[in-house]
Design a protein around this ligand. Structure first.
Ligand code: PLP
Length: 498
């Protein structure tokens, strides 16, 4: 029997939307995030999943949540998303390295895991617009800590009926990340650096979303906003698929029996990726622990230890910039859940976060977080881990993956838990070559990024991805930099020219 899944705002659960409406809207008007009101169970057995390919698994997952899409619509989106844009037929291959598995989510167009969801979001978005008879052009506003920006640009560039503006922290992303964004082609794209950090960018975007006056002005011009950040349910749900897929591969290869529990260790920033792992558990994947790995911006580690979420601390720029985040937006979806789906309570906590920069959850709420374990890695530990694994196995991982790899090592050591573990590998080492080479060679010389890239290729034998070759000589097309409070004006200027 098909269940009809509706979406409710975490801050006002009287508001009920269909999936396609929630995808178009992105964020609820009250500032809350949309969450499914029920979690149906997978309709096929775990043994059957093992016989499916990535697209088939993705369909089994997405049909549970996007119940107002027809089979034809969903399959259309999936077919177009997970094709030869990925450099491996597996889409999300598992590598066995040093007694654990690495699920490589960086084989897409922009070589970070954001491609897993942003390859499909434009199709979900345009299909949703059609279903709901939306006449306005959809303008995607996105704040990025480095990887979402490029993946969203690549996904939405020249998509009919859409425009996209990306804000990134100037000086807060890697050179390669910045180059990838500022060389983006397309008549409907704009890239803006802001003098601020990722949280400033994200807060600025959320503010524009809830600016009713601006929205009315836009409507007049024939535009409406949506989001490509992981606050959009159209991004979160496609991410559930690779957790299910990883499990199905382990069963297929006889590494586990169907029904055996496994752990995932996830390098975490905005809490979107790991939350998708939690949703995979809720639809029936036997997940024992979700190990939440932070870098030195360890708000989430402290939260899982103490029940206090406190962003009042220095923002640290690390070698894993995509995790340099103090306000993990998607945690709100977990908070909503552990309040027993009490949107008033959730709203209070979030108001405390925006007012005082902190909140504390009740002991009975904390007890409901037992699926999660927090851990963190210092800058030194990250670089050491990259070096150690390369020395021992020849496998090269990026800095974000190394945060998780280190945290998993400590977790296994401290707990003695021998459950099969999958480290979620979120970026290609070629995206963070400078830090990776520093780890491998133990020094920092002022060599050009592309010299380092060529040497990494020689050392590792890993072919240089197309995404990197493309930017080697590409022209820089975006030069705009603005202040934190100038974001709205940049959006207006872009729309006037569009
Ligand atoms: C975005 C990103 C993360 C963090 O993922 P969240 O869903 O924000 O927790 C980790 N690693 C890389 C490489 C990323 O791009």
């Amino acid at each position: 029997m098909e269940l009809d899944v509706r979406y409710r705002s975490t801050r006002d659960n009287g508001k009920i939307l269909k999936a396609s409406q929630a995808i178009i809207q992105g964020l609820s008007e009250d500032g809350g995030l949309f969450v499914p009101d029920i979690f149906p169970k997978l309709e096929v057995k775990l043994e059957q999943l093992a016989l499916m390919d990535y697209k088939e698994v993705a369909y089994e997952v997405m049909k549970l949540f996007f119940t107002d899409f027809t089979e034809e619509e969903l399959k259309y989106c999936i077919e177009r998303a997970y094709d030869s844009k990925f450099d491996t037929e597996e889409i999300a291959p598992l590598s066995y390295v040093d007694d654990t598995y690495y699920m490589e989510l960086f084989h897409g167009k922009t070589i970070a895991f954001k491609d897993m969801a942003l390859s499909i979001l434009p199709y979900l978005m345009t299909t949703s617009a059609k279903k709901n008879d939306v006449k306005e052009k959809i303008i995607i506003l996105t704040a990025t800590s480095g990887d979402t920006g490029k993946a969203a640009l690549a996904g939405f560039a020249d998509v009919e009926g859409c425009g996209i503006v990306v804000f990134y922290p100037k000086g807060g992303v890697s050179n390669i990340q910045e180059l990838q964004m500022v060389t983006q082609k397309g008549a409907n794209v704009k890239v803006v650096g802001i003098n601020g950090n990722f949280d400033d960018a994200q807060t600025g975007v959320k503010k524009i979303f809830s600016d009713e006056e601006f929205k009315a002005e836009l409507k007049q011009m024939g535009y409406r906003f949506s989001s490509a950040n992981s606050i959009n349910i159209g991004r979160l749900i496609p991410q559930v698929a690779y957790y299910v897929y990883a499990y199905s591969r382990l069963v297929k290869e006889g590494k586990i029996a169907a029904g055996d529990p496994i752990n995932f260790t996830v390098p975490t920033g905005n809490f979107g990726n790991i939350l998708a792992g939690f949703y995979a558990k809720k639809i029936g994947i036997p997940v024992h622990k979700l190990i939440c790995a932070s870098n030195e911006n360890k708000v989430l580690y402290d939260f899982f230890e103490t029940g206090v979420y406190d962003k009042n601390r220095d923002f640290i720029l690390t070698t894993s910039p995509s995790m340099d985040i103090l306000i993990s937006s998607n945690l709100e979806r977990l908070i909503y859940e552990i309040t027993g789906e009490n949107s008033d309570e959730c709203k209070k906590l979030m108001q405390s976060l925006s007012g005082k920069g902190m909140y504390e959850i009740a002991p009975e709420m904390k007890a409901k977080c037992k699926d999660f374990v927090g851990g963190y890695a210092t800058e030194e530990e990250v670089l050491e881990r990259i070096h150690e694994i390369y020395d021992r196995t020849g496998y090269v991982m990026d800095t974000h993956t190394a945060v998780a790899s280190f945290v998993y090592k400590m977790y296994a050591h401290d707990t003695g838990d021998t459950t099969t573990n999958v480290v979620v590998s979120t970026a290609s080492p070629y995206k963070f070559t400078r830090s990776v080479m520093e780890a491998l060679e133990g020094k920092t010389e002022k060599e050009d990024d592309f010299v380092l890239i060529d040497r990494l290729s020689e050392m590792s034998g890993m072919p240089i991805p197309k995404a990197v070759e493309e930017i080697r000589n590409a022209e820089i097309l975006h030069h705009t930099v603005c202040e934190k409070d100038g974001m709205k004006e940049e959006v207006r200027k872009f729309l006037e020219k569009l």
